[in-house]
Design a protein around this ligand. Structure first.
Ligand SMILES: [Zn+2]
Ligand SMILES: [Zn+2]
Length: 327
């Protein structure tokens, strides 16, 4: 029997069928690992004090997610699922679409609880106390308008950059709780929007190359909201789809000043694109098993400064460090 040789496109199709496409966040470890990583990075960071305070906020996120009782969690999940007719899911729309899902009031309770925990901690500076007290006292309608703003609901109010990280922190807990209703096999990357989260439609904060089977050496984009990770081919811009010579990797030079060696060996690099002049960070678990998308993105702000000076633009925000647009 004659053997037919596979064309390159067919080989890729066969290969991608075996790739586990989705990795969902783990309730017990997501925020705990992030807080631990923030503390580890704080020890050697120029913004160490700031990272330590963020670790307090992330600890509070962990506590809020852990405190949701099973009945309450099931109630929130079924209310969210009921909003999506099956036909929409079948059409490839994200089932927990951030910009259109009607949120339960629970998200505001989570926000106020996060703020109270941070206030009680006592380590936050006076200006932050003012922000936290303002959030606790804010009318529900204002908080909902701010949630709409950070979730990019069309026609939303302007983002209040000072309160946005706390608002986003509460929304992360809420969306992560809803995401627990899904199994990886329920989802697949969106064919017409491969750079957006297939669960909630949010852009990724960074990407991660995994080091352990069955995900080993595959690259996943990591959602800034629900922490879902979805497969995305390597050496391709996750913003515009640019490939080939437009893609390059940058990292901060080590103490020896060798930037080329750093770009090869660093556990956190920036994947730059000369087609759209954008970039996102890419993390390598093989180089450092502790890297975490939100924490390590914040831990490498010097790389953002370097790339900004060279005319590259960040293509999405870090959920815990909001910059007003135009900054
Ligand atoms: Zn998501
Ligand atoms: Zn691009």
């Amino acid at each position: 029997m004659a053997q037919r040789i596979l064309e390159p496109g067919e080989i890729e199709t066969l290969a991608s069928r075996d790739v586990p496409r989705i990795i969902l966040a783990d309730r017990d470890s997501l925020f705990a690992a992030r807080a631990e990583r923030l503390r580890a990075l704080a020890a050697t960071s120029a913004i160490g004090d700031y990272l330590q305070l963020l670790a307090v906020l992330v600890d509070a996120q962990h506590a809020q997610l852990a405190a949701l009782r099973p009945e309450r969690l099931a109630e929130l999940q079924s209310a969210a699922m009921a909003q999506q007719p099956p036909a929409v899911a079948a059409a490839g729309m994200p089932p927990l679409h951030a910009a259109s899902l009607a949120r339960d009031d629970e998200w505001r309770s989570i926000l106020r609880a996060l703020c109270r925990t941070c206030l009680e901690h006592g380590g936050f500076p006076a200006e932050a106390h003012g922000v936290l007290e303002r959030l606790i006292a804010a009318p529900d309608a204002w908080l909902d308008a701010q949630a709409d703003a950070v979730l990019e609901v069309p026609g939303a109010a302007a983002i209040d950059a000072v309160t946005a990280p706390f608002v986003m922190a509460a929304l992360q807990v809420y969306w992560t709780a809803l995401a627990l209703a899904f199994k990886p096999t329920d989802l697949a990357p969106m064919a017409d929007a491969p750079g957006l989260c297939p669960l909630c439609g949010t852009p990724p904060v960074a990407s991660v190359v995994h080091a352990r089977a069955p995900h080993s050496s595959y690259r996943y984009l990591s959602c800034a909201l629900c922490a879902c990770q979805w497969h995305f081919v390597r050496v391709q811009c996750s913003h515009c789809g640019g490939v080939g010579k437009d893609i390059a990797y940058r990292a901060l030079a080590g103490i020896d000043g060798d930037e080329a060696a750093a770009a090869r060996d660093a556990a956190v690099r920036a994947e730059t694109c000369d087609h759209c002049h954008g970039y996102r960070k890419i993390l390598y678990l093989e180089k450092d098993p502790g890297v975490e998308p939100v924490a390590d993105d914040l831990g490498t702000l010097a790389l953002d400064l370097l790339l900004g000076e060279e005319g590259y633009q960040r293509v999405s925000q870090n959920p815990l460090l909001w910059q007003a647009s135009g900054d």
